[in-house]
Every structure is written in structure tokens, then in C-alpha cells.
Design a protein around this ligand. Structure first.
Ligand code: MG
Length: 164
């Protein structure tokens, strides 16, 4: 069986979607977005960081975010997703990998994320200790098609490349 040493590189992908509801904060990459609706979740509902965590865990063959932080576990109720990411990063290091680059897309109809993309990108670069050109944050709408386009949901997709 190939071991972790089988390849010097690993790719990982993650996807997450949350329902949008009134009177909840909307956090993306740990940055608060000015919005009348936010993400319904057990944690703080940061879809971008949840997809990112799944991408990191997937690249290392370490399961998914639900395996590590089950919604049934009250220790993670309302927890910051930045805190979850900080718990996951040592697992990646222990598996013998470091992040080369990450590419992400956020799917949200409103508000427009253009004004926030640079801030989210800078925050992710800082969390990973990566140069800005190794971190990409893109945003798309869904052309009014449900559930993202009808403003019922927010989603994010992330791809990461790791190297030994
Ligand atoms: Mg989630």
C-alpha cells in the first residue's frame, strides 16, 4: 500500500452550503460581512472555512470536518471556525504536509462580496503564513437560481495543494 511518502504532493477539495436566516452573523474566512442574513449553523457557520477544513483533511486522508467536530458535541456549539482551523492545521503538519496554495469560490447572491474579497484573502494568507499570490478568493452569484440565487443559502468550494 502506498504510504504518505508515496507522493510529495496531495490535492484536496471541500464544499459546504448553509441556509441563510435573519439575525445571524455572516462570516467568511473569519471576516464579518455586513448582511441582513447569516449562516444557520451549529458553529459560527463560516462556509468558506468549513470547505477549507474539509479540503485540508481530505488531502491528508483524515476524514471530514464532521468526523473531527461532530455537531452533536456541545464543545463546538457556536465555536469560531478560525478556532476550528487552528485545531486542524497541526494535524496537517503532523501528517507531514504544508500548504502550497489554495483556491476558493464563494457562492452568494447578496450582498456582493467584491468589497470583502481582498480582506478575506489577506486573512487566509495570514492564517496559513502564505504569500498573497498563493491564496485565491473568488465570488460568484447563482443567476437567481435556487437555493443560492434565491438568497436561501450560501456555499463555498475550496481546492488546496499540499506538499511534503
Ligand atoms: Mg458547514
Amino acid at each position: 500500500m502506498p504510504s504518505q511518502a508515496f507522493s510529495a504532493y496531495r490535492i484536496g477539495q471541500g464544499y459546504d452550503l448553509h441556509r441563510l436566516i435573519p439575525s445571524k452573523p455572516l462570516l467568511l474566512g473569519g471576516i464579518q460581512i455586513d448582511s441582513p442574513v447569516g449562516s444557520e449553523a451549529h458553529s459560527d457557520g463560516d462556509v468558506l472555512l468549513h470547505a477549507l477544513i474539509d479540503a485540508l483533511l481530505g488531502a491528508c486522508g483524515l476524514g471530514d470536518i464532521g468526523d473531527h467536530f461532530p455537531p452533536s458535541d456541545d464543545r463546538y456549539k457556536g465555536i469560531s471556525s478560525v478556532a476550528l482551523l487552528r485545531l486542524v492545521l497541526p494535524l496537517i503538519t503532523q501528517a507531514g504536509f504544508q500548504v502550497v496554495n489554495l483556491d476558493s469560490t464563494i457562492f452568494l447572491e447578496k450582498p456582493k462580496l467584491g468589497p470583502y474579497k481582498a480582506q478575506i484573502r489577506a486573512q487566509l494568507a495570514e492564517l496559513f503564513g502564505l504569500p498573497l499570490d498563493c491564496v485565491s478568493v473568488k465570488a460568484k452569484t447563482a443567476e437567481q437560481f435556487p437555493p443560492v440565487g434565491t438568497q436561501e443559502a450560501i456555499a463555498a468550494s475550496v481546492t488546496v495543494l499540499l506538499k511534503q
